[in-house]
Design a protein around this ligand. Structure first.
Ligand code: DGP
Ligand code: NA
Ligand code: NA
Length: 217
């Protein structure tokens, strides 16, 4: 029960991955399992396409609007920053938060573009200072395995050459963040096997407890 949890605040868990990695399904399954333990949880997905910044992002992803790469990058970052107060409040109240994409997608999807201004460093900078997750689960899948799942969708970025670059950049970014707890999960496995690995990682985190100090990086 929640009384056995040694941490005062909730856990802050991010699930990252390539398009077609099964990320959204796994987030839902994790939330159901956490809810099954009678624990309070919240699911957040970035970009949040509902807010004013999110509506611009949604139109851009669907190819209905064009903006510069730099403008879009900063809007995606702002879309996360506008959620910070709510995240900190919920964690403090003891709710575990499961986040579907975060600053890591933010840096790598922009850095994958053929634009010399958008280095990985430049792209990471606007997200520095966001609350740091207790655990990042990276759902790793090759573009070949993703293609076997019926191929990519219609949105901007859902193309094989882009996905190959994004995968390489995710690995480079995580290697540069030694203080971050990242678990790489083979998302080419069955849905159940992926869910089992995620649940193991959750239980390890829950047993260890999340520190109650300041979350800011
Ligand atoms: P999703 O709704 O999870 O399929 O994500 C939408 C797409 O937007 C996906 O291809 C990944 C991309 N994306 C997510 N966050 C960011 C970001 O912060 N910056 C950029 N450039 N792309 C992002
Ligand atoms: Na997508
Ligand atoms: Na985003």
């Amino acid at each position: 029960t929640s009384n056995e949890n040694p941490s005062k605040r909730g856990h802050f868990i991010v699930i990252e991955g390539l398009d077609r990695s099964g990320k959204t399904t796994q987030c839902q399954m994790l939330c159901e399992d956490i809810g099954g333990l009678d624990k309070e949880f919240k699911y957040i997905k970035f970009p949040d396409r509902i807010t004013p910044t999110g509506q611009v992002i949604n139109a851009y992803l669907q190819g209905e609007a064009e903006h510069s790469d730099e403008t879009m990058h900063l809007l995606f970052s702002a879309n996360r920053w506008e959620a910070v107060q709510g995240i900190l409040r919920d964690l403090k109240a003891g709710h575990t938060i499961v986040v579907d994409r975060y600053a890591f997608s933010g840096a790598v999807y922009s850095a994958a573009k053929e634009n010399p201004h958008l280095s990985l460093e430049w792209c990471w900078n606007p997200d520095i200072g966001l609350p740091q997750p207790d655990l990042v689960l990276f759902l790793d899948i090759s573009s070949e395995d993703a293609a076997k799942r019926g191929g990519y969708g219609e949105e901007r970025y859902e193309k094989q050459d882009m996905q190959v670059k994004v995968r390489t950049l995710f690995k480079r970014l995580f290697a540069r963040l030694p203080n971050l707890s990242v678990k790489v999960i083979d998302a080419g496995l069955s849905m159940e096997d992926v869910a089992d690995q995620i649940w193991q990682a959750y239980k390890e985190l829950d047993e260890a407890g999340s520190p109650s100090e300041e979350l800011q990086v």
